[in-house]
Design a protein around this ligand. Structure first.
Ligand SMILES: [Fe+2]
Ligand SMILES: [Fe+2]
Length: 278
């Protein structure tokens, strides 16, 4: 199987593209065209145009989780597609998400900016499932990720609002996209809030495949402990990962550590980047 990936939106950008904090990947594989996340605002559809990618031809959209930097571009993308489009996500994707940043006293909204009804009016046809959803025999979402490792925790400043109270957000809607190929699993993550080792373990369990060929996307290590970064690197080594296009919320320090550990496998996956696997 050949997989083509175009990075439509990421924090940083190649010359001629717009960088914007968030993520959006356009994935072509097994006869399908999948939009994985939609970026924070206009960068994904703007950059897609410059890359010559026609988003009206996509088969479905997969949302990794409800954070604004992955879903903010959804309404306008649907509007531009101009027809009914399947949107696959976890049922908790619409939860009211907030973050309390360092030095701030007021929680800031970071959830989906549009309601389910508004998005349906733009053409979204939601498939909401906690369980894995198959797009083809070889392409599936992970569904909800069990959190089993000791060292992977959701950041404590990420919150969900229930009534007037803020409680820690477990980000149960965090899901990844898996392609099961003859050369190993290709795993696309949004922020990987539930922990990339948990995600890879779950992907392996779901597919009964042991080898991970590639990890592409955000793996939220930007404030992770040294232990978590080292355990992540050890897991990539154990799995013999061949391509590491980790970006977005991976953060500079963890990215540098991963690049140092995997000089041939690591690459900067910024907006405007286009690559094929294997
Ligand atoms: Fe993110
Ligand atoms: Fe996130």
């Amino acid at each position: 199987m050949e997989i083509k990936v175009s990075t439509l939106s990421e924090n940083t950008a190649l010359h001629g593209y717009i960088g914007e904090y968030g993520l959006s990947l356009f994935v072509e594989a097994d006869g399908k065209r999948i939009l994985f996340d939609t970026g924070l605002s206009f960068s994904a559809y703007h950059n897609a145009q410059i890359m010559g990618i026609d988003l009206t031809s996509i088969d479905c959209i997969v949302l990794s989780h409800g954070h604004l930097d992955h879903t903010g571009g959804l309404a306008e993308t649907l509007h531009r597609i101009g027809r009914e489009t399947e949107v696959i996500a976890h049922p908790d994707v619409f939860e009211p998400r907030y973050a309390l940043r360092d030095g701030q006293t007021q929680e800031r909204f970071i959830g989906m900016p549009c309601s389910k009804e508004e998005l349906e009016n733009h053409g979204a046809r939601f498939t909401l499932s906690k369980e894995p959803v198959h797009i083809t025999r070889y392409i599936m979402t992970t569904g909800e990720i069990p959190m089993l490792t000791e060292y992977e925790k959701v950041e404590s400043n990420l919150l969900v609002k229930a009534g007037e109270k803020f409680t820690p957000d477990k980000i149960a809607d965090d899901l990844s996209l898996i392609i099961n190929t003859e050369f190993g699993l290709v795993v696309f993550t949004g922020c990987g809030h539930r922990g990339i080792v948990n995600i890879l373990n779950h992907a392996r369990k779901l597919t009964a495949s042991n080898s991970i060929y590639a990890v592409i996307g955000g793996i939220h290590l930007f404030r992770a402990s040294e232990e978590r970064i080292q355990m992540t690197i050890a897991e990539f080594r154990t799995r013999g990962v061949n391509k590491l296009g980790v970006c977005h919320c991976t953060g500079f320090y963890a990215s540098a550590k991963i690049a140092e550990a995997f000089p041939k496998e690591f690459f900067l996956n910024n907006a405007g980047n286009h690559f094929a696997l294997p």
